[in-house]
Design a protein around this ligand. Structure first.
Ligand code: HEC
Ligand code: HEC
Length: 259
């Protein structure tokens, strides 16, 4: 009797266990299939921010996280997902298991005030905008600290060609008289190519009127591989503080006719 009772208990509790285990496995599969590409295989971040942290920019309650997943973050590469209630719950339960795996709650080491000086003297603003300041040749950095992991940002600076956002691919046009114009490819079809040059001006070329159109495989950003260690750390600390309003720069861009 007693033995049967214990066996039943064990059976019962192991059923309960396998239920949770299956839920988490399901959440993990959803995560790997839909999210890992940007947030890293274990939520360590990449093209998207770190998720295995207690410190989430959009809020850390289950409701906050579900909301971000269902609505996406308009104006960024975070898409909106159409999961049903149960799938969403399993996904968030899985995300919770990741946050135990890393204590990334501390801000990035370094001095952000010095980092800002490094940013200014390295000519970054010649290509990037923060808020309403700077250029839009390269991507806006107003929210870079909320949008990318510190490791991804470091890689973007020392080895920018490693991962080039699709909308910032470069192209070089060689005109008939041998002039080379390089810029961000805005649009290309069978007959024309449009680019934004380093002075932030649009240029359109008819393909049959130029000598050659060459897609750039390397980034238009120079690699800053010789920044000294402290400068680099301070720069990363500064960029990590940038959680600004997405729309601040967007209004300016719109006024200037830049997408
Ligand atoms: C194409 C890239 C991409 C994919 C795929 C993606 N995300 Fe994101 N995600 C981002 C970016 C970029 C942000 C930051 C948006 C911003 O600037 O606020 C983000 C933000 C988030 C946030 C808010 C983080 C914070 O700090 O508050 C959560 C939570 C999140 N994503 C979960 C997911 C989940 C879960 C999936 C899969 C179902 C997913 N994401 C798929 C790019 C992506
Ligand atoms: C000559 C123009 C130019 C300069 C100068 C420049 N960048 Fe960039 N940067 C770009 C372009 C173009 C991209 C997009 C292509 C890529 O990711 O390689 C980019 C990408 C980035 C990214 C990745 C953005 C993202 O959303 O993925 C970061 C971070 C960045 N730059 C930081 C910096 C910092 C910090 C400096 C100064 C130390 C700097 N850049 C100087 C043109 C420039």
């Amino acid at each position: 009797m007693r033995i049967a009772y214990t066996a039943a208990l064990v059976l019962c509790s192991s059923l309960a266990w396998s239920q949770t285990g299956a839920d988490l496995a399901d959440g993990q599969a959803t995560f790997r299939g839909n999210c890992a590409f940007c947030h890293g295989l274990t939520g360590g971040g990449g093209r998207g921010p770190i998720l295995n942290s207690a410190r989430l920019a959009h809020g850390s309650t289950d409701a906050d996280i579900k909301n971000v997943i269902s609505a996406g973050v308009p104006g960024t590469s975070m898409p909106a997902f159409d999961f049903d209630k149960d799938e969403l719950a399993r996904l968030v339960a899985y995300l919770r298991t990741l946050s135990g795996s890393a204590a990334k709650a501390a801000p990035v080491a370094g001095d952000p005030v010095r980092g800002r000086k490094v940013y200014e003297r390295s000519g970054c603003a010649g290509c990037h905008r923060i808020g309403t300041e700077g250029s839009v040749y390269g991507p806006e950095l107003t929210r870079i600290g909320a949008g990318r992991s510190p490791e991804y940002i470091r890689e973007s600076i020392v080895n920018p060609s490693a991962d080039i956002p699709q909308e910032y691919g470069g192209v070089t046009v060689i005109t008939r008289d041998g002039k080379r114009i390089t810029g961000v490819r805005i649009n290309e079809d069978t007959f024309t190519v449009q680019l934004r040059n380093a002075s932030q001006n649009f240029q359109m070329f008819q393909k049959d009127e130029v000598q050659q159109v060459i897609p750039e495989t390397k980034s238009l950003m120079p690699a800053y591989s010789s920044l000294d260690k402290d400068d680099m750390q301070n720069l990363l600390a500064y960029l990590d503080t940038l959680h600004g309003d997405l729309n601040a720069g967007a209004a300016v861009k719109k006024a200037e006719g830049i997408r």
